[in-house]
Design a protein around this ligand. Sequence first.
Ligand SMILES: Cc1ncc(COP(=O)(O)O)c(C=O)c1O
Length: 394
Amino acid sequence: MEDFYAIRRLPPYVFAQVKELVAEAEAAGRDVIDLSMGSPDLGAPEIVTETLREAVLRKSCHRYSESKGIKRLRQAQADYYARRFGVKLDPDTEVVHTLGSKNAFANLAFAMTAPGDVILAPNPSYPIHMFGFVMVGGVVRPIPVKADDGVFRAAERALKYCVPRPIAMVLNYPANPTAEVATLDFYKEAVAFAKKHGIFLLSDLAYAEIYFGEPTPSILQVPGAKDVAVEFTSASKSFSMAGWRAGFAVGNPRLIAALTRVKAYLDYGSFEPIQEACAVALDNAEAITAEVRAAYRSRLDVLLDACEDAGWSLPRPEASMFAWAEIPAGQGDDALAFCKRLVREAGVALSPGTGFGEAGEGHVRIALVQDEDRLREAARRIGTVLRGEKAKAA
Ligand SMILES: Cc1ncc(COP(=O)(O)O)c(C=O)c1O
């Protein structure tokens, strides 16, 4: 029997193949250092968990909540945007709370896409940027990841030759998996381009707060951006709350209304104590994110130094919680094969670049999701594989 429509459009997750090997190795009693998923291990700050604890004891919080998020939370997100980016948002028409930003992205894709509609999305990219649309019958045309003129040249070609014309362009800076960053000037060009061509911009700002140089800009800082752009943010990375499932979409009122309408059919919002705790996280974003950044920065320094010692020079990312690197010389260019070897021979799991699209071939992504000692040990073990020795996993 033929697979269902959506299933036919979803290739098996490349990451699952690495995860299977990790599970096998662990079942055999081996220690595996898993740096594959971008799942923050720092844990939510105490002020947030305490708010959750108090709210959970109030039985009035146990009913269905509001799908679009309680007003207190939407207001906290609007206040955060005002403080952090100088962007004014109407919490009633320009902010919606979602069950994570991945969910927000997928539901907006569902709300705005008809079968055959064309979307421009970077390759390599976080899978939902492509498959959110593909799943509902959309067609994705790749654009480059680097935030420069190349993006607009590729988009211009697509607008000239694609029938039907593309309806939207996905932007994701700081980028997963490449850690590419964008400037406000780039966003200015993107907004002007979108207005000129009558397309929407979908900006995934999940890594807004994880930067090591200049603070990451928001596309909504561009005057008039709300006419064409919507932006996604997440408590997962900024506040180390990935398991809580709390995110937002903000910006263009038409897109926010469409997402809110679809969501109202699909969910009742997060458990209300989670929303209350998330509002407290936003109220304290400056202090919380300063600590998160400091943790990732020192982990990054440790990883880069230890990999250098192991004979593998990684480029230094300016933002995100990832290092993105070419497979070391002499190790072939098959990312999945290299990652499988690292699990088998070194007990270290990385993400193969091809999990993010074919343009990721020859690359791997390393997530800073373990403490410094474990990162040092991971690099040591990788070094033994690069030198052709078998690593002794603890
Ligand atoms: C670019 C990007 N967007 C969104 C997400 C998912 O965020 P959330 O946990 O809010 O769904 C991730 C998670 O890795 C990501 O890398």
